[in-house]
Design a protein around this ligand. Structure first.
Ligand code: SF4
Length: 448
């Protein structure tokens, strides 16, 4: 029984806050995640919404204002932002475009400066571009406080959980559309819950976990037949392209339509990776014992605890699909791309692929934009990783906005995955919603 009565309180930005009275548009990178992130801003009293769905106009505008050297996600996000700038009644002074940034070896660090340049050229230089930095673990939300960063982390982890429930259920539904519906309702429920949640961290966590449990009930109610003969395909690659259905031409759904289940690498992994990078860079700069390092470590520790609290609700649902800690991912990447010498998603691609193989997936698909340097480097190393792990089929799918006939490539690839399945060295653990598998008998009791 609580010792004192708790009174919920909300926390809103002051009227003189730079974002007060403005609308923040967030790139709709991943369905569910963008909505949840916007809900965090609204929780603070800041109007926020995801960019409208991408379409042919997105590519037209993005193509017009890019030279062709930019990465495909830059073209998509620029096109989506410019669509907003062309809406009737658009008010540049009251609009903010959200575009995270980072240093490091790839072109992602150029997205925000590039967007500012295009906006200036289009006479929209008054639009503010809000650009938190990956090298500081995305913690520098200008005068936002730590509560915002913590709530945003909870939102992203929760959206990852909802996506995982969707991808685990949809391939097996017996009434088409039910899993998507459960997902949409759960995202809506979660966003409303978060927006209205208390500013006390414990109270907020209770309401978020209650919302996630309602989501679990919704997914459990989806009529489904869990068929263990479906190949399980691990999805890695560039974060935007692998999560953005428009950019990857709905590749995950197409894999499902041709008989697969997909295990998507989530967003939380990238945030955890940037936290590790932040700490490493501080050490390299001789600041191992600094206030910045203490803050970074503390933030990682709190995020880890929150993630554990949210994911632990789904121990049974996610049995056999446990997410690795970033330390494990980097350790598994070490024989291919050591963390100490290389940066970027190519490192996490290697470690995550090895982890997925060891958890019994039947194939790996890397989804990346055409010419993505992380994708290109990863593609060069995958053959070695495949040889080291029993010949697992690893296939890169590149996207640049051109329509291509994917069906044939997917069909051939899944045939390879099915034959690998017959001889794979690492068996998969099937959770209890599947008919009992013989191989599960060998699993430790704690997982059964
Ligand atoms: S990860 Fe690839 S697509 Fe993304 S910015 Fe870097 S090079 Fe471009």
């Amino acid at each position: 029984m609580p010792l004192r009565k708790h009174r919920c309180v909300t926390r809103k930005v002051d009227a003189d806050h730079p974002l007060a009275g403005k609308t923040v548009y967030v790139p709709a990178m991943a369905e569910g995640s963008a909505e949840a992130f916007c809900a965090v801003l609204r929780w603070l009293g800041i109007e926020a919404r995801p960019t409208p769905p991408s379409d042919a106009r997105t590519l037209e505008l993005g193509g017009k204002h890019t030279s062709g050297d930019e990465c495909f996600p830059a073209k998509v996000t620029t096109g989506d932002f410019l669509k907003i700038a062309q809406q009737p009644g658009f008010d540049a002074q009251r609009t903010v475009f959200f575009m995270a940034t980072t240093n490091g070896p790839c072109r992602f660090g150029q997205y925000a400066p590039f967007l500012r340049k295009v906006l200036r050229e289009q006479g929209c230089g008054d639009v503010q571009v809000l650009s938190p930095h990956g090298e500081r673990g995305y913690s520098d939300f200008q005068d936002f406080d730590t509560a915002f960063v913590r709530t945003a982390w909870r939102a992203l982890v929760s959206a990852d959980i909802l996506r995982k429930l969707l991808l685990q259920t949809r391939p097996y539904e017996t009434l088409p559309g039910k899993a998507d519906r459960a997902f949409r309702e759960s995202v809506e429920d979660f966003c409303q819950t978060l927006e209205q949640s208390c500013s006390d961290v414990e109270c907020q966590l209770r309401s978020l976990t209650a919302s996630l449990l309602r989501a679990r009930t919704r997914f459990h109610a989806v009529p489904a037949r869990f068929d263990p003969s479906r190949p399980l395909i691990g999805i890695v690659g560039e974060i935007f392209c692998r999560l953005n259905d428009f950019s990857n031409q709905d590749l995950v759904r197409r894999l499902e339509d041709q008989g697969a289940e997909c295990w998507m690498t989530d967003i939380a992994e990238w945030i955890a990776y940037t936290n590790m990078e932040e700490a490493r860079n501080l050490r390299l700069a001789g600041r191992a014992y600094s206030w910045a390092m203490i803050k970074s470590k503390l933030r990682s520790r709190i995020q880890h605890a929150d993630e554990h609290a949210l994911r632990s609700l789904f121990v049974e649902d996610f049995a056999g699909y446990e997410e690795p800690g970033i330390e494990e991912v980097l350790e598994l990447a070490r024989p291919y791309l050591p963390f100490s010498g290389v940066e970027g998603e190519m490192v996490t691609n290697m470690g995550r692929s090895a982890y997925l193989v060891m958890h019994g997936v039947d194939g790996i698909v890397d989804i990346s934009p055409f010419t993505c340097m992380n994708g290109v480097v990863s593609e060069a190393i995958y053959p070695k990783l495949s040889r080291d792990y029993g010949g697992i089929p690893i296939r890169n799918f590149y996207f640049d906005g051109q329509q291509s006939d994917l069906e044939r490539d997917i069909g051939i690839y899944l045939e390879l995955a099915r034959s690998y399945r017959e001889k794979k060295p690492h068996e998969r653990y099937y959770p209890s919603r599947f008919p009992r598998q013989e191989e599960n008998a060998d699993m430790p009791a704690v997982l059964r």
